[in-house]
Design a protein around this ligand. Structure first.
Ligand code: SF4
Ligand code: SF4
Length: 277
């Protein structure tokens, strides 16, 4: 299990714990002075990028601290569509918002990010939330935002997956979950930084994929959608193979395989990948 599961999951996958979404968690974090500081986040990220260019010894000393600081402010984890579905069983409010990364890159269709939240399981809060004119009926204050039903949002994500977009769940600050993004390497700053520069604000999924060579026909559709360069092709066997040390466990390759030759398995059950996050 990843470090977030150990710290915030109580032995389970952390993003499947309702307490990590709840608005009362955010209030509690705020009370303790733990808030998302956009300026601090970007400054820390720039510092991390600068440290990456330093000699090995300096990197070895300085990188763990800055990595921790950035990730505590804002970080994400890849998750496959079946876990997105489980997340949507927990949350009770979904809005679609502009994607910061695509906006910064002037990409036309900007709304690939979904804000999600859970109303605290507290009777008083629920009563207040349902009062007419309170601004929201369930979940967070969403006035002026594009509200979606859970089914609508899930259908969007299923379509994104067919286009090769990777789902990821995000905190700001840790462990308060704010949303699910749908990204690819060309447009997502976190994904490209993680893969190309080793600035891993994105954690791998709890899974890795596996190919059944008996079913694979070598069409290579899966290779075309893998954002992480984890799939190779053997000209001798006319089949693909997966490098589990590179696999982020997104499951996008599986969704384009017409032969059902790819499945996901628990990362923990694959010794060579079990401790790669
Ligand atoms: S998409 Fe499926 S059948 Fe095609 S190469 Fe990949 S695993 Fe094999
Ligand atoms: S090989 Fe791994 S990283 Fe690449 S698409 Fe498949 S699950 Fe995602």
């Amino acid at each position: 299990m990843c470090e977030n599961c150990h710290e915030h999951g109580e032995g389970k996958i952390w993003y499947l714990q309702a307490k990590n979404y709840s608005l009362d968690l955010r209030s509690d974090l705020k009370r303790r002075g733990i808030v998302f500081d956009n300026k601090l986040y970007w400054q820390s990220l720039q510092k991390w990028e600068a440290i990456k260019k330093k000699p090995f010894l300096i990197r070895a000393i300085m990188e763990p601290g800055i990595r921790r600081r950035v990730r505590q402010q804002h970080s994400g984890q890849v998750l496959p569509i079946e876990d997105v579905e489980k997340v949507f069983e927990i949350v009770n409010s979904v809005v679609r918002v502009d994607c910061w990364c695509r906006k910064a890159r002037n990409v036309k269709d900007l709304r690939y990010c979904y804000g999600i939240s859970v109303l605290p399981p507290d009777e008083h809060t629920q009563r207040v939330a349902r009062r007419p004119g309170s601004g929201f009926l369930s979940g967070a204050e969403t006035t002026g935002l594009e509200r979606l039903t859970k089914e609508e949002a899930l259908n969007h994500m299923r379509e994104y997956e067919k286009e090769g977009l990777v789902h990821s769940v995000w905190v700001a600050p840790e462990p308060f979950i704010i949303g699910i993004c749908n990204c690819d390497r060309s447009d997502c700053g976190a994904l490209s930084r993680t893969v190309m520069a080793g600035i891993d604000t994105l954690t791998r999924a709890e899974y890795v994929s596996e190919v059944d060579p008996e079913l694979c026909n070598g069409c290579r559709n899966c290779m075309r959608v893998c954002q992480f360069g984890a799939i190779g092709y053997s000209a001798a066997n006319k089949k693909v193979f997966i490098d589990v040390t590179r696999c982020f466990g997104c499951g996008v390759c599986r969704s384009v395989c017409t032969k059902n030759a790819i499945h996901l398995r628990d990362r923990a059950s694959v010794p060579v990948a079990a401790n790669l996050w």
